[in-house]
Design a protein. Sequence first.
Length: 155
Amino acid sequence: MDTCVLNEKKSIIPKGNGTRSEDLPFNRAQDGKQQPSLIEDVAENIAILNEMKPLFESWSGVELEGTSAYGIRAYLDDWSFMMHLDKLSTHVISGIYHVDRSEDAEPWPIVIEDFLGNTNQIYMEPGDLLLYEGSKLPHGRPEKFDGSYYANLLL
């Protein structure tokens, strides 16, 4: 599979150890902020997943079964994700579609440890789609988000 194009704006050292978490990998802000807001339209999410399936299959080189589409999820100021692996039974190939972010949002990279053990930072722009092997590659957003919102659709 192809390697992602990276933009190394600054160095981030993941704080997680790459082990899988069965709980949501969010780190709750100390001031008790609520979970990210979720705009869940199951029918629309399934339609998007089915439409994007050929792209996922072309990239991975294997026939896939679409299992999950979450979002649009809007993350709020001070949110972060510990490094984690996705569920092997349902998230072999994962995708993040970056829908939008607030004008005051600072760049918020997703960190992915590749098969060679390198830590990579990917900075996404609205409209970008990132495909990766979520059940094999430890990933997260260990740096706290700085801004009003950052919205993604997770496939």
